[in-house]
Design a protein around this ligand. Sequence first.
Ligand code: SAM
Length: 227
Amino acid sequence: MKFNFITLFPNLVTPYFTDSILGRACQNGIIEINCINPRNYTKQKHDKVDEYMIGGGAGLLMYAQPLCDAIDSIGQTHVIYLTPAGKKFNQNDAKRLAKFNNITFICGRYEGIDERVVESKVNEVFCIGDFILTGGELAAMSICDAVSRNISGVLGNANSLDIESFENGILEAPSFTKPNIFNGSPVPSAFLKGNHSIIIALKNHMALCKTRFFRPDLYQTLKSPKL
Ligand code: SAM
């Protein structure tokens, strides 16, 4: 899978993909990261990529032309613009997007981008939460990370995908590691007895409790809550 980032700040993006799981996925050729700087495509003097808004308004906007030409340079690709106006990104989107071969993220800066880019070139718009970032790079990297985990071969143990939060609409059960007692607090005793069906039943129950406590919005959407 090839991920293209259209960004004025490639140095913000590339280091993230040099280490750990995604670094390995890049080295193994499972994913590829390609940064394209719209500044290299501008037809304005002095490599200018931003301008005041027509009709007034505070701040600057990214020109349509360099962004459109940067997108066109890629060829066949699924274009995503990161914007607070977009659909809230979720795990189902991550799984769906993992089936594409080539995805392009447009990372806005300043007050965003000329709306005509969205109208003419963009396939989907995503928001990563109801807050404002200084630019789209972090949002794009978050989505790229979440999508990559769902690409075959990226995770060492693909089974870990099945039990993670948001699978089956609930959070993952609380997890513990050694020691069995930490600061006077023991792990649930059933976890130590090796009976797998009891452990699974307990984990399911704890996952439901955790979801009801931390994410009542998710819990409410469950068809038949068992608590
Ligand atoms: N003026 C814009 C507005 O009010 O919607 C915000 C612009 S923001 C300062 C600059 C860029 O950061 C945006 O164009 C977008 O690409 C990105 N961005 C900011 N917050 C975001 C969020 N919650 N989700 C996705 N992208 C975001």
